[in-house]
Ligand binder design. Structure first.
Ligand SMILES: [Zn+2]
Ligand SMILES: [Zn+2]
Length: 135
C-alpha cells in the first residue's frame, strides 16, 4: 500500500542502500525535496511514500519524525509471514524482542548452536583451566 502509485523519478546512480546520490554524493531525494519545498525541518527525515528509495519526485516525499519513519518500517516488518531463511513466523517459532521485532526461533537456535560449535574448544579450555586452578 502506497499513498502514491506512479510516476517515480528514478535517479540512475544509487548507493548501497538504494538511495539516489548526485555526483557530489548528496542524497538526491533530499536535494530535490529541498529545492521544491524548502529545507527539511530540524528533527525530521524524509520518507518515501512510494517506497522507492531511488525516487526523487518531491511529491512522493514527506518530512516525518524519525519515530514515524521507524513506525512505518516496523509496519511492513511486522506483517512478514516468514523469516529471511523461509521459516514461518507462527506462534511456536516466533518471539518478539524488546524492540518489537519478530525473531525466528529456528534461526536463533541455529545461530547459537553455530556459536557454541565455533567456541567449543575455547569454552572447554576455559573450563579446564578453571578446574586446574581450583585443584
Ligand atoms: Zn516515487
Ligand atoms: Zn528462520
Amino acid at each position: 500500500m502506497t499513498a502514491v502509485d506512479k510516476d517515480c523519478m528514478v535517479w540512475p546512480e544509487v548507493d548501497d542502500d538504494g538511495y539516489g546520490r548526485d555526483s557530489r554524493g548528496r542524497l538526491m531525494h533530499r536535494v530535490a525535496y529541498e529545492s521544491a519545498a524548502g529545507s527539511v525541518p530540524v528533527g525530521l527525515e524524509l520518507d518515501h511514500l512510494c517506497r522507492n528509495r531511488a525516487c526523487y519526485e518531491p511529491t512522493h516525499l514527506e518530512a516525518v519524525t524519525h519515530r514515524e519513519n521507524m513506525r512505518r518500517v516496523d509496519w511492513s516488518f511486522r506483517n512478514k509471514t516468514h523469516c529471511p531463511e523461509g521459516h514461518p513466523y507462527d506462534e511456536v517459532n516466533t518471539y518478539v524482542d524488546t524492540r518489537g521485532f519478530k525473531v525466528c526461533r529456528t534461526c536463533q537456535r541455529v545461530a547459537s548452536l553455530a556459536h557454541y560449535r565455533a567456541n567449543r574448544d575455547l569454552i572447554n579450555e576455559r573450563k579446564r583451566a578453571r578446574r586446574m586452578a581450583m585443584a
